[in-house]
Design a protein around this ligand. Structure first.
Ligand SMILES: [Zn+2]
Length: 332
């Protein structure tokens, strides 16, 4: 172009510098769309101060479509469709859900917050989508810069003391002591969120509701003690949801194994293992979940051990190390 006044040229130069600065970072998504594995690398753009990605580009790469009609955004992928409204966090899909940030219009495109991409694709289109490539099974799918939100659920509480042994200490107190320690130990790397921090009684539904509520957990850990008719049964044990093919079950298993290994290191005790069973805390839970039974309160020797603050600290350290290994993708 000729005859561009100097002033306009410098404005263009500044704008394009800003444009490239805003597009300096990108994120790669690895998605399983039906039986097809697809990749999408999208720029991270700051829209209204939020790191966002273009929904148009993501959908084009994943084989979906985007239609905008005034303030309404209609998105379809596979046989699913979802509707959003600009400036509103609600997504109307087969299951209605809420994003952390509303979709925004910018440069004739629709942008969603980086932190909302996974939830949007999983809930609206049943598409398993992860950041990074190649991605290891079980590793968390988090955009860079966001901490893994770990819901820590201390079992029982208030009028519900849980199990007890020969002594005065009950399951609710052991669970709360360990849960509190775990939160402290993972705080640098993860964002802990308690279902209860006080000695209060909560229904299982309420605990699941807190985990699924904002800020939504990425994983849940429920802390309990074990009981048995046999007074000699001992050791710590992990439970996670049934399933072999879905991502949530695989992630739950990876997290449980990571904690089991780390706990056997921190305590010097043999793990009883990881079992996939349908626990009530997993019903309706919208994230990977693990329930740990830290030891048998019905075994008099182990009852003393799990009531001991020093041993509780070792158990908490193992749980925390396992969570951190999972959060940082260092699980074997
Ligand atoms: Zn219990």
């Amino acid at each position: 172009m000729r005859f561009i006044p100097w002033g306009v040229r410098s404005v263009v130069a500044i704008l394009s510098a800003l444009y490239f600065a805003a597009h300096a970072e990108s994120v790669t998504y690895n998605a399983q769309v039906g039986d097809e594995a697809r990749l999408s690398t999208v720029d991270i753009v700051s829209v209204e101060g939020q790191p966002c990605v273009s929904l148009k580009k993501l959908l084009a790469d994943l084989g979906g479509q985007l239609r905008v009609n005034e303030n309404t955004v209609q998105v379809s992928l596979r046989n699913y469709s979802a509707k959003m409204t600009i400036g509103d966090t609600t997504v109307w899909a087969a299951k209605e859900f809420t994003m952390q940030q509303p979709p925004r219009i910018f440069e004739n495109d629709i942008f969603v917050a980086v932190g909302d991409v996974t939830a949007l694709f999983v809930y609206a289109f049943n598409v398993d989508i992860k950041t990074g490539q190649p991605d290891q099974p079980g590793a968390p799918s988090l955009p860079s810069g966001r901490k893994l939100c770990v819901v820590i659920d201390a079992g029982h509480g208030g009028a519900d003391p849980g199990a007890s042994g020969q002594g005065a200490i009950t399951e609710k107190d052991i669970a709360r002591a360990i849960a509190t320690q775990v939160a402290k130990l993972i705080g640098q790397v993860c964002q802990p969120k308690f279902t209860r921090s006080e000695d209060e009684s909560l229904s299982t539904e309420k605990r699941v509701g807190i985990a699924n509520g904002s800020p939504k957990g990425d994983v849940l850990l429920s802390v309990h003690v074990g009981t048995s008719n046999s007074k000699t049964a001992n050791g710590f044990e992990f439970f996670c949801p049934l399933g072999s093919s879905d991502a949530t079950a695989a992630k739950s298993l990876a997290l449980a194994r990571s904690m089991s290994n780390a706990m056997s290191e921190s305590t010097g005790l043999m793990p009883r293992g990881v079992r996939q069973v349908p626990c009530r805390i997993f019903t309706g839970l919208q994230m990977p979940g693990v329930l740990v039974e830290v030891g048998f309160i019905t075994n008099p020797t182990e009852e003393q051990l799990i009531a001991n603050p020093e041993h509780q600290q070792k158990l908490a350290q193992g749980i925390a190390n396992g969570i951190i290994a999972y959060a940082t993708g260092k699980t074997q």
